[in-house]
Design a protein around this ligand. Structure first.
Ligand SMILES: NC(=O)c1ccc[n+]([C@@H]2O[C@H](COP(=O)([O-])OP(=O)(O)OC[C@H]3O[C@@H](n4cnc5c(N)ncnc54)[C@H](O)[C@@H]3O)[C@@H](O)[C@H]2O)c1
Ligand SMILES: *[C@@H]1O[C@H](CO)[C@@H](O)[C@H](O)[C@H]1NC(C)=O
Length: 252
């Protein structure tokens, strides 16, 4: 009986989302203007983080770039500057909460204003089968892909709530919704990130903080090098090939 009710609810959900998204193909949802916003992107030296930085600045926002690797972070800033955008770089290990809090204070002091959009994008994968995977790599995946969201949100949400203006973006993955073989660490961390996002969104609604929004992004495999060496099952690959970074961007 419960099974039948669950099935019925799921079918209703599926029908609702198919209908809603079909309508949205024609009537595109209103996009949020972001000019004048101050956007902090973690993992900004990487494939998607760099694209986010370029895209945000193209639409009039300024970006604060956080990455553990200063050389690739500087490269992102250079690309933004070349296109007339404003970018400020900080070398931060997002798994280190003291480092996160210290740099959050530093950003506020340096720029004299609050971060209004936080994009939790930094992510890693161990890339080994469960029993071959070094403990430290598994732990690192949880720390970067999940725990870091706690520290950055703790650092920036108070200002957003005080202004009743802000946005927290969680870059998870389809592997936060479905799983596959040999990415145990990654799936655990991305399911965690999805749960974190959902609970935070509920909390903001419960607290009636209307000006602070949340967005969850669950990209499919994007060809940035992160999943280099991974194989998608052939029949799946035919149907759903990996996206190039630029197509990933043009998807709504
Ligand atoms: N590429 C994909 O196929 C794909 C698919 C779905 C989701 N994602 C997610 O998108 C996000 C970005 O992925 P990407 O492909 O651009 O990865 P990437 O490896 O190209 O870049 C990740 C960046 O994060 C930085 N980083 C790693 N650990 C850090 C730490 N402790 N502190 C600060 N910075 C750190 C790295 O230096 C790097 O610049 C990740 O969260 C990833 O899980 C990627
Ligand atoms: C930082 O990134 C650069 C360029 O992507 C890479 O060559 C270098 O090995 C990275 N450094 C570290 C410490 O990971």
């Amino acid at each position: 009986m419960i099974f039948l009710m669950d099935l019925q609810m799921m079918l209703l959900d599926v029908i609702y989302f198919i209908l809603r998204n079909s309508v949205r193909i024609v009537l595109r949802p209103r996009t949020k203007p972001i000019d004048g916003e101050l956007v902090l992107i973690t993992g900004a030296g990487g494939g998607l983080g760099r694209l986010f930085a370029q895209e945000f600045t193209k639409h009039g926002a300024e970006v604060v770039l956080w990455d553990i690797n200063s050389s690739c972070n500087d490269e992102t800033a250079k690309l933004v500057h070349e296109n007339g955008g404003k970018a400020y770089t900080y070398t931060v290990d997002v798994t280190n909460r003291e480092d996160v809090y210290r740099n959050a204070d530093l950003v506020r002091k340096d720029l004299g204003r609050d971060i209004t959009i936080l994009v939790n994008n930094a992510g890693v994968v161990a890339g080994a089968r469960m029993l071959d995977c070094p403990d430290l790599l598994m732990e690192r995946t949880m720390k970067v892909n999940c725990h870091a969201h706690f520290w950055t949100v703790k650092a920036f949400l108070p200002q957003m709530k005080a202004q009743n203006h802000g946005h927290i973006v969680t870059i998870a993955s389809v592997l936060g919704l479905f799983s596959t073989a040999c990415v145990e660490d990654y799936c655990a961390s991305k399911f965690a990130a999805v749960g974190f996002h959902e609970s935070l969104a509920h909390e903001l609604i419960a607290d009636e903080v209307e000006g602070v929004k949340t967005t969850l992004v669950c990209p499919y495999i994007v060809d940035t090098g992160m999943f280099e060496g991974c194989k998608i099952r052939e029949e799946v690959e035919l149907l759903l090939p990996p996206w190039s970074p630029s197509t990933a961007w043009s998807r709504p």
